[in-house]
Design a protein around this ligand. Structure first.
Ligand code: 4AD
Length: 466
């Protein structure tokens, strides 16, 4: 085959060389009859191609043909790399391709609902363009999500989903290095796994069933099955009623469950080491991606400590109180209080990533282990990035009688989880774990303001397509 060059690898060192590239035509501009400019894009990187009519090399017809192409058509170009004396603003690569050969491989329909150029603009650029009366095509979020295949092509989106892949990758690599085993649990289950009403019900061949709200029950059973330490990366379904910037009806759960030898702090140690390794790795390996994201959605790099800060819930309540915010010491924190506490923690400890633990028992799921010294509290924790929750975790009750009592107290139909409860009758290990929302981690690490930006095909209360 012929030798192809990736657009992202075009640089000044190739000056004078002939290259063969493929991309989508992001912008097309004719200058008179003898010249056309095309910006070709591949995987979020763009290069300007110049088609100039030259006797014997490039015909006027070829200039006309290239200038008449519809945007987003797939094009192969053979040409010579040149370095213009001035900065190129409309493309990521700082070289041009002087076109010699030009083939359209696949034509896009005209008048697409999204212009990738416009969809790549920052909020500020959109505002400025609107002030100048420029007509923008496809900058509205719903339009973008309706035509996600087009929207995915922006440099920021190319970055976001590569960062997401890296988060998943580090999660897996780190846990494997610590002796964890990757498992898969069923997503079709008989009862709700977290309690509450946010569950999708369905008919399982005549039997009532649910889509799993988390791998919670089965990952715990795998610990009774003596795998000692397990993780799972899989879909999680929540029939959320509210339309918010951080809730989806389907998201990707990164779940961990492990034997506890002495203390639930062992679980928080894993959170600490895992996330410090993850943030380090993202900053090292995803520089280009983070830069592309930041260009459209400006953000400051996440501040985190080498050893993750741990505060008790009580300490958090106290900090809020000192700042003039009263919260119920045995209730839950609402999102506003969480956000505020995040700010206070940043001011006091210079970190945007921390663990809050020893939550009141009353606000935690039925399977949560109460604190040994005071049963009004629990051996549980939440983890926050920039004042928003990304993880909840805890030690679990491994005594079947205590567990049954708690389930009944929480209004759960124990018949639907009897095999789960019974699994602790055959010799059960003290254990604990946590669940991470993948889309939230990416959203908050990158300082984005909506979870739909970090889900490739988001599912929310009003969206089931594409
Ligand atoms: O806090 P949650 O509901 O906890 C559990 O599912 C437990 N089984 C975890 C455990 O092991 N104890 O969900 C865990 C995480 C949240 O911190 C959040 O990041 C994410 O999942 N999450 C959502 N992400 C997007 N959309 C939603 N509707 C989410 N609900 C939870």
């Amino acid at each position: 085959g012929r030798k192809w060059t990736e657009i992202q690898h075009l640089n000044v060192e190739l000056e004078g060389k002939t290259v063969l590239i493929r991309g989508q035509a992001q912008a097309i501009r004719a200058v008179g009859k003898n010249m056309a400019f095309l910006v070709l894009r591949h995987k979020g990187f763009t290069v300007q191609c110049v088609v100039t009519a030259t006797p014997e090399l490039v015909s006027r017809q070829m200039v006309k043909f290239s200038a008449s192409l519809s945007r987003e058509s797939v094009v192969d170009v053979e040409g010579i790399i040149s370095v213009p004396g001035i900065e190129i603003t409309g493309a990521t690569q700082q070289v041009e391709v002087q076109v010699r050969k030009f083939f359209c491989i696949n034509k896009a329909v005209p008048n697409l609902p999204i212009s990738i150029e416009d969809a790549s603009r920052s909020d500020k650029e959109i505002e400025d363009a609107k002030k100048e009366g420029v007509l923008l095509v496809g900058v509205n979020r719903d339009t973008r999500l309706n035509y996600r295949v087009l929207d995915m092509r922006t440099s920021a989106n190319q970055g976001i989903f590569r960062v997401q892949c890296q988060v998943e990758n580090i999660f897996r690599e780190f846990l494997l290095s610590q002796g964890f085993v990757g498992i898969h649990t069923p997503k079709l289950i008989a009862g709700s796994s977290e309690g509450g009403s946010a569950v999708f019900k369905l008919d399982y061949k005549g039997q009532p069933a649910c889509l799993a709200q988390s791998p919670q029950l089965h990952k715990q059973m795998a610990i009774s099955g003596n795998f000692e330490r397990v993780f799972e990366i899989g879909p999680v379904f929540r029939a959320e009623d509210s339309y918010t910037h951080r809730h989806l009806c389907e998201f990707t759960g990164l779940d961990v469950e492990m034997e506890i030898k002495e203390h639930y702090f062992e679980v928080m140690d894993i959170v600490d080491q895992l996330f410090v390794a993850m943030f380090d790795s993202l900053n090292q390996k995803c520089q280009k991606e983070l830069e592309a994201i930041g260009k459209q959605y400006p953000f400051t790099p996440l501040k985190y400590l080498r050893k993750t800060l741990r505060l008790t819930f009580d300490e958090g309540v106290q900090m809020l109180k000192e700042a003039g915010i009263q919260v119920d010491p045995f209730g839950d924190l609402n999102t506003e209080a969480e956000k505020k506490l995040g700010q206070l923690v940043l001011e006091k400890y210079d970190t945007e990533f921390y663990i809050l633990h020893r939550y009141p028992q009353a606000v935690r799921p039925f399977y949560t282990m109460p604190s040994y010294d005071d049963s009004r509290y629990s051996n549980s924790f939440d983890v926050f990035i920039r004042g928003e929750e990304i993880i909840s975790g805890a030690q679990r009750i491994h005594d079947p009688e205590v567990l049954t009592a708690r389930a009944v107290e929480c209004g759960i139909d124990v018949k639907t989880i009897s095999t789960y409860i019974d699994s602790f009758r055959y010799g059960s290990f003290p254990h604990g774990g946590f669940g991470v929302g993948l889309e939230r981690v990416v959203m908050l690490f990158c300082g984005l303001n909506n979870i739909r930006l970090t889900s490739l095909f988001p599912r929310d209360p009003t969206r089931l397509v594409p």
